[in-house]
Design a binder for this molecule. Structure first.
Ligand SMILES: [Mn+2]
Length: 273
């Protein structure tokens, strides 16, 4: 089982994103806004961070968006360069299972990933499998003052390993049953969070990122046509760029303020219309 440690130098500053979902153009635009050096081929080569900074993605690189292969190429190159770390998201894990030939349902954008990967050689697909299999459940950074996990993580699981930690990090805490849109009923762990580590996460699309008890959901639903957002740490500054399209229609509403937030009376399609 993987250890949620990192190899970054002490004093490193972070730029954190989540749920990029194959939105390569928006990813590049956001990196440019964050001061990263654009490579000549931004659909395959690594971006270079400003000195002393490191990019962290809280999972869900794949599914839904238009440029999954390009994003995977760039992400793998940046991880190899030591410029970036990625924690596993539920979509990354499901794609890994599909590529390994396990039975999975072709829904929620997985069909998009498999179609786009279908043109790639076996060698590339094997690289993707190794990469996805290497992703840690979560990261503990800045001497324990910062925790990054796809769906967030209760304090008692920070720095821990194991199947249950991985499941909670990917899916969050849920309870039996489905909501009106057929999605799992989520428990709002952030509402009762009392930890001192800041927890940065995604997974539940929100209209605006809002701090709640030292936790922040920065998934602003890029593949659904809203925005891609980064949190600069320790500055705690939010930077975002608008989505360039609606790549997948969202089943159910965006939330206001994290997994326990009320459904927002708003959707990108309504805004566009
Ligand atoms: Mn997710």
């Amino acid at each position: 089982m993987e250890m949620p440690a990192t190899k970054v130098a002490p004093g490193t500053r972070f730029d954190i994103m989540t749920d990029v979902h194959g939105c390569l153009d928006e990813f590049g635009e956001l990196l440019e806004r964050l001061g990263y050096d654009r490579p000549e081929r931004p659909d395959r080569d690594p971006w270079r961070p400003p000195p002393g900074r490191h990019l962290v993605i809280a999972g869900d690189l794949v599914d839904r968006g238009p440029a999954i292969v390009g994003l995977l190429r760039v992400a793998m190159a940046m991880v190899e360069d030591g410029a970036m770390s990625v924690t596993v998201g539920n979509h990354d894990d499901k794609l890994l299972r599909a590529l390994r030939g396990r039975p999975v349902r072709l829904t929620q954008g997985l069909e998009t990933s498999l179609a786009q990967l279908g043109d790639e050689r076996g060698r590339f697909r094997r690289r993707v499998i190794d990469f996805l299999a290497s992703l840690p459940s979560h990261l503990v950074l800045d001497d324990g003052r910062l925790v990054v996990a796809h769906a967030g993580l209760p304090e008692k699981m920070h720095g821990k390993t194991g199947g249950r930690v991985r499941e909670v990090a990917m899916y969050g805490l849920t309870k039996p049953g489905l909501d009106a849109w057929g999605l799992p009923l989520r428990i709002d762990w952030a509402a009762s969070y009392t930890g001192t580590a800041r927890v940065v996460y995604g997974h539940t699309p929100v209209v605006e990122p809002v701090w709640s008890n030292n936790t922040i959901d920065i998934d602003t639903g890029c593949p659904f046509g809203h925005r891609l957002t980064a949190l600069r740490y320790p500055e705690l500054e939010l930077v975002s760029v608008p989505a360039r399209g609606v790549y997948q229609e969202k089943g159910g509403p965006f939330r206001v303020g994290g997994p326990g937030g009320a459904p927002a009376d708003w959707a990108p399609a309504m805004q566009a219309g």
